[in-house]
Design a protein around this ligand. Structure first.
Ligand SMILES: Cc1ncc(COP(=O)(O)O)c(C=O)c1O
Length: 384
């Protein structure tokens, strides 16, 4: 059976060139980057070269990159690190209702620790209301954390507008750019960002590695304590094979960003058009244009997302209902709820996230399969 992977927002296949770059670091070049001998120095050199490569993707300086274990840890370090370091100035944080659990649950944790969090709503397309965010700012606000692009509906937020406000008010601005980096241009200086989270496995790099960009001069403290690694902000022997693989993935993403983004946008729009044209009572969730090049989140009345997902899986097609992190939850997606969908509509939604290896033929096969699956499920549905 043909196997088609269209769940690239959950994770991506590691690029063979990334695997090749990593391999020597498991065998010959296994040194600890903190060791003074040549094995250690070899690792330390690779670490700093990788830091430069990751910095290049987002137009940062290498000294502004801290390697972490991935997006979740980067979000935790950014939010808790700023909160704890700046708590004497204030204990108020602003975020949005559609953040990834890595941000929402970190904020919930801080609420229990005495911080206050305002959750700014989004409109029907999933775009944050900047005026409402500005209204939420208080004298004791120390941090605004709003994601760049949403992992479920792909909506891209007005990051520059938010950073302008945060700068005017002297408030730190963090963005979770796990889904956007490598897919759309991200220039931290142009966007005016203080802290930005990245994850390697979303851009054809290995899992368990990521980075936090921290603008020079930002007052932040470590959340894990130990040795003097990563500018004392992230203790622990560096994962050199992972870091080298991540860096290779960022270089590959940078080289092909323009071409991939154009091709994926065309493929995405073709997929959306074909589905909406050929399946009655189907709709697009999220903004029609202000969305990631690879994201199509579609809603089908009278059918259940999980049943569609499993039926498509039997045809060899991998998609998802919400984010992979919430796939075991019985609750409707908090993102789809936040854009105003009724629970039954949220349950009837599918996220199809394309990748650089997907083809037009695969899109055709997925659309044909969807037509078949939706028809069969509607035949059985008591709701029709
Ligand atoms: C927007 C967003 N933030 C954070 C994460 C967590 O990243 P990681 O899996 O690297 O911990 C994800 C992963 O799906 C994500 O989509």
């Amino acid at each position: 059976m043909k196997r088609i992977y269209m769940d690239h927002s959950a994770t991506t296949p590691t690029d063979p060139q990334v695997v090749e770059a990593m391999l020597p670091y498991f065998t010959d070049k296994f040194g600890n980057a903190s060791s003074l001998h040549s094995f250690g120095q070899e690792a330390a050199e690779s670490l700093e070269k990788s830091r430069q490569q990751v910095a290049d993707l987002i137009a940062a300086k290498p000294g502004e990159i801290v390697f972490t274990s991935g997006g979740t840890e980067s979000d935790n370090l950014a939010i808790k690190g700023i909160a704890y370091q700046n708590s004497k100035r204030g204990k108020h944080i602003i975020t949005s209702t559609i953040e990834h659990p890595a941000v929402l649950n970190t904020c919930a944790y801080l609420e229990k620790a005495g911080f206050e969090v305002t959750y700014v709503p989004v409109d029907i397309d999933g775009i944050l209301d900047v005026a409402e965010l500005e209204n939420a700012i208080r004298d004791d606000t120390i941090l605004i954390t709003v994601m760049h692009a949403n992992n479920e509906i792909g909506t891209i937020q007005p990051i520059s507008d938010i950073s302008k406000i945060s700068k005017e008010k002297g408030i730190y601005f963090h963005t979770d750019a796990v889904q956007s980096v490598g897919k759309i241009p991200v220039d931290v200086k142009e966007l005016g960002i203080d802290l930005l989270s990245i994850s390697s496995h979303k851009i054809h790099g290995p899992k368990g590695i990521g980075a936090l960009y921290i603008k020079k001069g930002t007052c932040i403290q470590a959340i894990a304590h130990g040795g003097e690694h990563e500018g004392r902000l992230r203790a622990g022997t560096e994962n050199i094979p992972g870091i080298v693989g991540f860096a290779k993935a960022t270089t590959l993403a940078k080289e092909s960003l323009e071409v991939d983004s154009k091709r994926l946008t065309e493929l995405r729009d073709l997929l959306i058009k074909k589905v909406l044209d050929s399946i009655e009572y189907s709709y697009l969730n999220g903004h029609p244009t202000k969305r990631l090049p690879n994201n199509a989140n579609l809603r089908f009345s009278f059918v259940e997302g999980e049943a569609m997902l499993l039926s498509l899986d039997m045809k060899g097609i991998a998609v998802s209902t919400a984010s992979a992190c919430s796939s075991k939850s019985l609750e409707p997606s908090h993102v789809l709820k936040a854009i105003g969908l009724r629970p039954e509509d949220a349950y009837g939604s599918l996220r199809i996230s394309l990748g650089k290896n997907n083809t037009c033929e695969e899109v055709d096969y997925v659309v044909e399969s969807l037509i078949d699956v939706v028809a069969k499920l509607r035949d059985m549905s008591p709701l029709v």
